[in-house]
Design a protein around this ligand. Structure first.
Ligand code: DGJ
Length: 719
């Protein structure tokens, strides 16, 4: 920790607090009544002093006087959407919050933490606002801590993480919706007056229909390289609610946090309620720049081992489903070696004896090896993998239980279900009650036992396929409304314990596809499973949209038999992230196998650029016949450009060059096509050497057409 600086309201009539990063500023300011307001959000000013003059330049309608509150209370002057609503111990529902002081702590060269304390003058009730800024990355994480000293219980009815106020001549929201195998479907529209809400009430697998990631463009819809845009996402794996209110003064109020639906929280005197963080970044140079900021932040500060390496793998889910035994797995382990990837990942179906997991109706909860399929247990598979020179990983879904399981019979009180209603299943299963510490121990022990019994186990895929119906916890008794929140907190406690004991082991975050992709969970994971939809055409779109918020190193992309595209196309698409396979290698033709051999060599050369480099979206699949995506290393000496035909109509292709980005205009690059299918000749000129200037101004034509549907270009600086 570095220097600490404090300011109290006694020092000045009006307190102005600029929260600055490398390019941007968010400015908080008190008014004469000590209400704290957010008066600015945008590029930073040259003269810090001038932040004080901003608010006076606006003459917008605001009868309440706190429309742009930095954390809007309810029940007093405010009549807009609040950030916080409470019921005091005496039953009163009004809250007012005024500025008391603020503290800035410098954590390191990059990170600072601003804490602003607000108090209710009439009640012993306090909110601390936290702004953790990452200077270099232009990213802020914002959350709040709520506390009181009242005599008795205070009920928190609403408890947002952040309450932003944006100014602009219009606001455009880009949001996402989806379902199984249809993740990250974007929609963008101009916000009209009133409130637009993005939310989830699903409990677990909370992003199934809507994730919490969003973008807001100001003044006009931002494009890839132009315009003012905010990117935000809630770091929370449960119910969330993001309200975007275009108010009477034509400003946009963004209030984001845990969804308060069915979730009022009872807070004892002295107890702290900490909200999850809203992470956000801003760019005045378009969505591309904003996304690169978020991607760098994730690699540098959030995900596990963001600067590190990842394991390529062969998975068996698409190839075998539940139908496997030791002999089949022995073949797949040989294939893993032959293919040349690092690890074999055994998916669902390996456990349960009284209720064997032979389909998705039984076995969840009984995490013992199925004796029929695996008479020699996991440990023999780990050894067999080692004998083949590869590593071994395993799938679990530890939060869940099938009614057909020994666990369900033994611990019905550990299961989330209403005592007096028929059970309702999602994929034939129910959740375990992670608000219960005993269940937390059980879930932790599933992971811990696997690693203790198999110290060489190298990877875990953690799945979560169900949503919560009939929310009821036998453990929480009178505090039923805590369940959705305490479930997620319980989950994080387990994941924290896993990480304390196994700090770096790779974990894949999966939720029936991408049903739980958020930074609250990704803090504990190395990668995520974006979707069960691995049709490469679909994946181009899905991966394109995820990439605005998550770096390529987190995106597990597997080559499967989904879709009609040739193996080369499928592999080229999967290479834009963490490459894996889920196909039967022995069934491939000799040419396909030779192609894969070459592709894996290329991937090993390029993976560092893909995983740790800067990503540039060159041509959108939504607007072009061919999509192009590029990765460039920090030194701007190596790059790779992926190009895919996404429209099969007559005559489609790249008729004009694709303009590259992120290169050094002064440098010369050799451009060559890689990942060619055996015997295929590139239609690009031999020994093509061009300057960064040319490549970014004129571009290069990858010659994508119906005969060359997928083209990968490698760029290397020549001196
Ligand atoms: C859903 C996951 O998304 C799949 O990859 C697979 O692991 C299945 N669950 C297994 O049941």
């Amino acid at each position: 920790m570095g220097t600490v600086f404090m300011a109290g309201s006694s020092f000045a009539q009006q307190v102005t607090i600029p929260v600055e990063t490398q390019h941007n500023a968010l400015v908080l300011q008190t008014d004469a009544e000590k209400n704290l307001k957010m008066v600015y959000f945008g590029v930073k000013l040259n003269n810090t002093k001038e932040y004080e003059a901003i608010q006076k330049m606006y003459n917008q309608a605001d009868d309440s006087g706190i429309l742009n509150s930095a954390y809007t209370p309810s029940g007093s002057a405010n009549l807009a959407e609040p950030a916080i609503t409470v019921t005091h111990a005496d039953g009163n529902k009004s809250l007012n919050l005024v500025y008391v002081n603020h503290v800035v702590t410098k954590v390191d060269d990059d990170i600072s933490l601003l804490t602003v304390t607000l108090k209710d003058p009439a009640y012993d009730f306090e909110v601390k606002l936290f702004y953790k800024t990452y200077f270099k990355e232009d990213v802020t994480e914002q959350w709040s801590v709520i506390k009181h000293g009242e005599k008795g219980i205070v009920t928190l009815n609403k408890f947002a993480s952040a309450n932003l106020n944006l100014k602009g001549s219009g606001f455009w929201l880009k949001q996402y919706h989806g379902n199984w195998a249809m993740e990250m479907q974007p929609e963008e529209a101009k916000l009209t007056h009133g409130i637009k809400t993005i939310d989830s009430k699903l409990g677990t697998r909370a992003n199934l229909y809507e994730p919490s990631m969003f973008m807001v463009s100001m003044d006009k819809p931002a494009t890839e390289d132009e315009g003012k845009v905010l990117l935000g996402a809630l770091e929370w794996s449960g119910n969330f609610k993001i309200d975007l209110e275009l108010d009477v003064a034509n400003n946009l109020r963004v209030i984001a946090g845990i969804n308060n639906a069915a979730s009022e929280y009872h807070l004892k005197s002295g107890e702290e309620f900490t909200t999850p963080a809203l992470v956000y970044t801003y760019s005045d140079q378009g969505k591309g720049d904003a996304s690169r900021k978020l991607q760098s932040w994730a690699r540098n500060h959030k995900i596990v081992d963001g600067q590190g390496s990842r394991l390529t793998l062969l998975n068996n889910w698409e190839a075998t489903g539940f139908d496997f035994n030791e002999a089949k797995l022995a073949e797949l382990l040989k294939d893993t070696k032959k293919l040349g990837v690092d690890l074999f990942l055994l998916d669902d179906g390996w456990f349960g004896n009284k209720y064997p997991r032979n389909d998705d109706h039984a076995g969840l909860g009984d995490w013992q090896e199925n004796k029929q399929k695996l008479p020699n247990g996991i440990s023999s598979l780990v050894k067999e993998a080692q004998a083949n020179g590869v590593k071994f990983g395993i799938w679990i879904e530890p939060e869940m239980v099938n009614p057909k399981s020994e666990l369900y019979t033994k611990h019905p009180d550990w299961v989330i279900k209403q005592p007096n209603r028929p059970e309702k299943y999602f994929r034939n299963q129910l959740e375990l009650d992670l608000s219960n510490p005993k269940v937390q121990d059980f879930v932790f022990n599933i992971v811990d036992d696997l690693f203790t019994k198999n110290p060489d186990l190298a990877y875990i895929k953690w799945d979560c396929n169900a949503v919560i119906y009939n929310a009821y916890s036998a453990y929480l008794k009178k505090d039923q409304s805590h369940l959705y929140i305490d479930y997620v907190r319980g989950l994080y406690k387990v994941l924290e314990r896993v990480r304390v004991k196994y700090p770096k082991v790779p974990l894949m975050l999966c939720s029936g596809g991408g049903g739980r992709v958020d930074y609250g969970a990704l803090k504990y994971f190395t990668e995520f499973w974006p979707s069960d939809n691995t049709d490469p055409i679909e994946r181009i779109f899905i991966q394109w949209e995820y990439s605005y918020f998550y770096p390529a190193i987190t995106s597990s992309n597997h080559v499967t038999d989904w879709g009609k595209q040739p193996l080369k196309f499928r592999t080229d698409v999967a290479m834009m992230g963490k490459l894996g396979f889920d196909i039967v290698i022995s069934k491939l033709s000799a040419d396909d196998q030779a192609y894969l051999h070459g592709a894996l060599n290329n991937y090993n050369n390029l993976k560092d650029v893909i995983w740790h480099g800067n990503q540039y979206r060159l041509q959108s699949p939504w607007d072009n016949d061919a999509a192009s995506i590029m990765y460039v290393n920090e030194a701007k000496s190596t790059g790779v450009v992926f190009n895919y035909l996404v429209n099969n109509r007559y005559g489609t292709g790249t008729h004009v060059p694709v303009r590259l980005k992120g290169l050094d205009p002064q440098k010369k690059y050799q451009v060559k096509e890689v990942n060619l299918y055996p015997n295929a000749k590139s239609s690009l000129e031999n020994n093509l050497i061009l300057t960064g200037d040319f490549l970014m101004t004129v571009g290069v034509n990858p010659h994508v057409n119906s005969g060359r549907t997928s083209v990968v270009l490698q760029l290397d600086e020549v001196k």
